[in-house]
Design a protein around this ligand. Structure first.
Ligand code: SAM
Length: 204
């Protein structure tokens, strides 16, 4: 998604002026108004894939202990929903894009969950943390090799009975990603399919 400066949404330090804005959406009967900015993924609206994920996947229960992980948090919609649904859980949010991390931290404060949300660069997640749930609308556009590397980095950090929820557009390879995950030894269920998006439920 190049902008005038050549930024991609996964640029580490977007050069584009931030041009702050707000994104409104509702999930599970709750309304969210989050801060967004140029230089991050889907800056002007809740991404339709993320919307399908949050509508179709099984959101964490109110007593979910966590920790939960949002891989590629962008401006933080998934993180904010997870932290709101699971008020006892810590949510880790990782992204390579500094502006995305800053927005996620600001949005966690907006929705009153900042005390339980850890927004960090991928290398700054402590090695010993294992996740009860991993959520991601993964960055398909970084390329297949890097996407596979990303998934092979984070999925092994699921707790033994953990579950990962992924959303991938069918036209961007949702079905081949499912096959590849199965080849890697993961149990993968196509939990839902809507508007051209596959919601995958991944377990050990
Ligand atoms: C498809 S976007 C989803 C953003 C957000 N979760 C949402 O639903 O709007 C994927 C995100 O992954 C980030 N990303 C790209 N490469 C990454 C990597 N290696 N590790 C973590 N995040 C990465 C991008 O910067 C982008 O914010």
């Amino acid at each position: 998604m190049p902008g005038v400066t050549g930024d991609h949404y996964f640029t580490a330090e977007p050069a584009t002026a931030a041009q702050p804005r707000e994104v409104e959406f509702s999930v599970a009967g709750r309304d969210y108004t989050l801060a967004s900015a140029a230089g991050v993924f889907s800056a002007d609206r809740l991404d339709p894939g993320t919307a399908v994920l949050l509508r179709k996947a099984q959101l964490p229960a109110a007593d979910a202990a966590g920790p939960l992980l949002d891989v590629g948090c962008g401006f933080g919609p998934i993180t904010c929903v997870l932290a709101t649904c699971a008020p006892a859980a810590t949510v880790w949010a990782v992204d390579v894009n500094q502006r995305a991390r800053d927005l996620t931290a600001a949005n966690a404060a907006r929705v009153g969950v900042a005390d339980r949300v850890r927004v960090v660069a991928p290398d700054d997640v402590p090695a010993e943390v294992r996740f009860a749930q991993i959520w991601s609308n993964p960055p398909i556009r970084i390329g297949k090799g890097e996407l596979h590397e990303l998934l092979l980095r984070w999925l092994p950090r699921l707790a033994p009975d953990g579950v990962a929820w992924l959303v991938v557009a069918k036209h961007l390879g949702g079905d081949s990603l499912q096959r590849w995950l199965v080849e890697q030894g993961w149990q993968v269920e196509r939990h839902a399919s809507q508007k051209g998006y596959r919601v995958l439920r991944v377990t050990r």
